[in-house]
Design a protein around this ligand. Structure first.
Ligand code: SF4
Ligand code: SF4
Length: 339
């Protein structure tokens, strides 16, 4: 098969709803960065990061004959007034982005295979062993900033990435990362409340509140970090909010990125969610990953960190909960009120 025309692929990506697209050769990724990050313990208990390292580093193990990695990006920035005080990270306030990007990639793949029958593909949205930011950087779409986020020129770091591997070549490839625009700035490093940014764009997941509020469902959040959660329940945008490269965000018009009703809830309402409210608000959003008890546990920590005296009655009630993480979080929060 002759190489695929990137002009046509770009039009197709735009037609299915992506804001940016880039192309990189499916060449192996040097192992040092991933291995040293895992060996340093920065992956916390996300064992899957190290377990499928061979496939992460060489996508030809995922798709035999892989030649090209296509990276798609969607801007998701919204500043709807009804979500202005939401304790949920911006990307998680609307419909689950996985389904949005997956639908778009599916449409892209279908059109591609109609025009080029027999082409082999392997895709994923924040799933599967693919190093999205590495491929996005190789494609020239942006670069990884000191805050560990992928930064684009037009949308800053308010982007979500999806990756599609092809067993065909394209007619033009990106030339590696865009120019690093961080310069001497250290704002994100100085603003991270838990010191999770450990240099060179690396994040120590153990100290990152995104990890603690989303992935750490089985253990308590270390006490030192809970004090930084006074207005965070799911995810953390601090190192993006302070970034000067995010000063001119572009509003993501598509209704799929519009905040859902859950983004109008405050910390107290999230802490007191009933199973019925959980079923009403959470399915179909990225918040489902934290699960019922994880979400409430986080919100309770937030009440304690903010010393919300008006939450006392709710916290006392939550001390009677059958769920151990919720109960112990409520006991901790009550102790903060007493101080
Ligand atoms: Fe720090 Fe929050 Fe950024 Fe994690 S997401 S590195 S906790 S500022
Ligand atoms: Fe780079 Fe400054 Fe943005 Fe951090 S805050 S990612 S150092 S520009």
């Amino acid at each position: 098969m002759s190489s695929l025309p990137t002009a046509w692929l770009r039009q197709l990506a735009e037609a299915v709803g992506f804001d940016l697209v880039g192309f990189s050769r499916a060449e192996p990724i040097p192992p040092e960065a991933l291995c040293s990050w895992v060996e340093a313990g920065y992956a916390a208990d996300m064992d899957w990061m190290g377990e499928r390292a061979a496939e992460r580093l060489d996508v030809r193990l995922l798709l035999p004959g892989a030649k090209t990695v296509v990276t798609f990006a969607n801007n998701y920035y919204r500043d709807d007034p009804e979500a202005a005080d939401s304790p949920i990270a911006r990307y998680a306030r609307g419909r689950d982005y996985h389904s949005t990007l997956r639908d778009r990639m599916k449409a892209f793949r279908k059109a591609l295979q109609e025009s080029y029958p027999g082409i082999g593909t392997y895709g994923g949205v924040d799933s599967g062993p693919m190093m999205e930011k590495v491929w996005a950087a190789r494609s020239g779409m942006g670069y990884v900033g000191k805050n560990g986020c992928f930064i684009t020129e037009r949308y800053g770091s308010w982007v979500l990435l999806a990756t599609l591997i092809l067993d065909a070549e394209v007619d033009a490839y990106g030339e590696g990362p865009a120019t690093d625009r961080c310069g001497a700035c250290r704002r994100c490093l100085l603003s991270c409340p838990t010191g999770a940014l450990v240099g060179n764009g690396r994040v120590d997941a153990r100290a990152c509140l995104s990890y603690q509020t989303i992935e750490n469902r089985s253990q308590e959040v270390p006490e030192a970090f809970r004090f930084a959660m006074d207005s965070l329940v799911f995810g953390c945008d601090i190192c993006q909010d302070v970034c000067p490269l995010n000063r001119k965000p572009v509003f993501a018009e598509h209704p799929r990125f519009a905040p859902r009703a859950v983004a109008g809830l405050g910390v107290m309402e999230l802490a007191g969610l009933t199973p019925e409210q959980y079923a009403q608000f959470i399915p179909g959003t990225a918040l489902a990953r934290a699960r019922y008890d994880g979400l409430r546990r986080n919100a309770i920590y937030a009440l304690g960190a903010a010393r919300q005296e008006q939450a006392r009655a709710l916290l006392e009630k939550l001390c009677e909960e059958p769920s151990e993480p919720v109960r112990s979080a409520a006991q901790w929060a009550l102790r903060q009120l007493a101080q």
